[in-house]
Design a protein around this ligand. Structure first.
Ligand SMILES: [Zn+2]
Length: 478
């Protein structure tokens, strides 16, 4: 009796929240009318953007740069957008993201499946960004309504209005709220992220105003992984602003670069693994292999692991040293856990990894999500030595580092090699000179080498090229 009551009660509650397909259609039509059903829209303002995955401390906010000008033009029918912005680094900025001096201009474009950047005259293909840029079109208030109309959206009553749900681009679950005035107040979707798994992307639209006949939010805030990636105070909006993009041939032909590994022997049993943007170091111990850094993604890790096993046959990978938790340096560590390795990392990162390792990964399952196992850690505070059978590496915390609070460097005392990430990136010959913030990182690294009295001769960096320590001293002004 009681059970039946609750079943009937439950069904009644669920049905009461449902909105019929016809009603949903009407709500979407009214929303398009309320906001102004335009073919394209241009909005401008100022605000901030924040580097996803580059927090100074694990779980902290993404580091924020000031956006001094911003204009985005979206053309819904051609599925294209153009984002133009100028951003400036605050002088006291702590955290990752590539340092830049002065003001940085960006022009970020997408047209259908093609994305590119064009800050100057030459287009730079941005293959990896295409999907997200396209998705962002359908997360704008009017784009959301248009995509809902095209993708058999369902509707239910929710907090603050009607919650509309649909699948965008055949794969992204999108939901959003349309308030009783017909205005989109919030959208949510989930994107695959190597560290955060199915990462929530939530955008809020508030302070709707009439801008020359279209209703548009005065404030837009987007969060990814629970932290702000962009906030914008909108100052002007233009309806039906023309945007006709021609996809350059070089962009049409561009493909994601294949994962490549190129190893360089630094000493007996020590190899630097380059070939891409982010490097690793493979070290042979008598009974096992230690790898320093699991950057980027599972794809990168699999390639580096294969190379390690080729260089050192028939030994397991027992340890993976992780220099810091920035996503580009930790996106591949789960593959090493799946491989059976213990993660050596700063103590402050462990709770963060334990938490993020539990996140659902339905959008991009990886080896660890397919065969879950508990990660094991060795945590480092100031120093940890991994010595075995005549092989030694000394892992040190880099004190006073403004790039990442927990960042570690690895010194090989016998080989006099220092492995470090992000504090000194040796440039290619005739490459640009480092930005002031990058120089400050290098000065601090040099001070740590002095403090610890390390007799470094070679820098094996996790970005850039292997160089003699003189190159570091030159940049540090030492
Ligand atoms: Zn970093």
């Amino acid at each position: 009796m009681t059970k039946r009551f609750w079943i009937v009660f439950g069904i009644t509650v669920i049905l009461a929240g449902l909105v019929s397909a016809q009603e949903a259609k009407t709500i979407l039509q009214n929303a398009a009318k309320a906001m102004g059903d335009v073919q394209s829209i241009q909005f401008s303002g100022t605000g901030h953007n924040d580097a996803l995955g580059q927090a100074f401390t694990p779980g902290g906010p993404w580091p924020e740069t000031n956006v001094t000008s911003y204009t985005k033009t979206v053309d819904y029918s051609s599925r294209s957008s153009k984002e133009e912005l100028t951003r400036v680094e605050p002088p006291n900025l702590r955290g990752g993201g590539a340092p830049f001096g002065g003001a940085q201009n960006q022009v970020n474009l997408v047209s259908g499946q093609f994305a590119w950047n064009q800050p100057g005259n030459a287009p730079q293909p941005a293959v990896a960004a295409a999907e997200e840029r396209q998705l962002q079109i359908w997360l704008t208030p009017l784009g959301f309504v248009k995509a809902a109309n095209e993708n058999n959206a369902t509707a239910k009553k929710g907090k603050g209005g009607t919650v509309i749900s649909f699948t965008a681009m055949g794969k992204f679950k999108v939901e959003g709220t349309i308030n009783p005035q017909g205005l989109v107040t919030e959208t949510k979707t989930w994107m695959a992220n190597p560290v955060l798994g199915d990462m929530l992307v939530e955008t809020t639209y508030s302070g709707y105003k009439d801008f020359n006949g279209v209703k548009f939010p005065a404030t837009i805030v987007q969060k990814q992984g629970g932290q702000t990636v962009m906030d914008l105070a909108v100052t002007s909006v233009q309806a039906n602003a023309p945007l006709s993009l021609t996809v350059p041939d070089s962009v049409k032909q561009a493909k994601l670069p294949a994962v490549q590994v190129e190893s360089q022997k630094l000493a007996d049993g020590v190899w630097w693994i380059g070939g891409g943007t982010h490097h690793s170091v493979v070290i042979e111990y008598p009974a096992y292999i230690t790898v320093i850094e699991g950057p980027l993604s599972e794809e990168r890790s699999l390639a580096v692991i294969a190379e390690a096993k080729k260089l050192v046959p028939n030994k397991p990978i027992k340890y993976l040293v992780n220099t810091h938790q920035h996503f580009d340096h930790s996106g591949g560590i789960r593959t090493y856990v799946a491989e059976g390795a213990t993660i050596i990392t700063n103590a402050i990162n462990r709770p963060y990894y334990e938490q993020t390792f539990k996140a659902p990964r339905t959008l991009a399952p990886d080896r660890l999500s397919q065969n879950p196992k508990k990660a094991t850690f060795i945590t480092v505070k100031d120093k940890y030595t991994l010595a075995d059978g005549g092989r030694e590496i000394d892992i040190y915390h880099v004190d006073g580092d403004n790039h990442n609070q927990g960042i570690l460097m690895v010194y090989l005392p016998k080989e006099k090699v220092l492995v470090e990430a992000d504090d000194f990136t040796p440039a290619a010959p005739n490459g640009p000179s480092p930005a002031p913030r990058a120089v400050a990182f290098t000065k601090n690294l040099e001070a740590n080498i002095e403090r610890l009295k390390l007799d470094v001769q070679t820098i094996a960096p996790l970005h850039g090229f292997v160089v003699p320590v003189a190159e570091l001293k030159k940049v540090a002004g030492a």
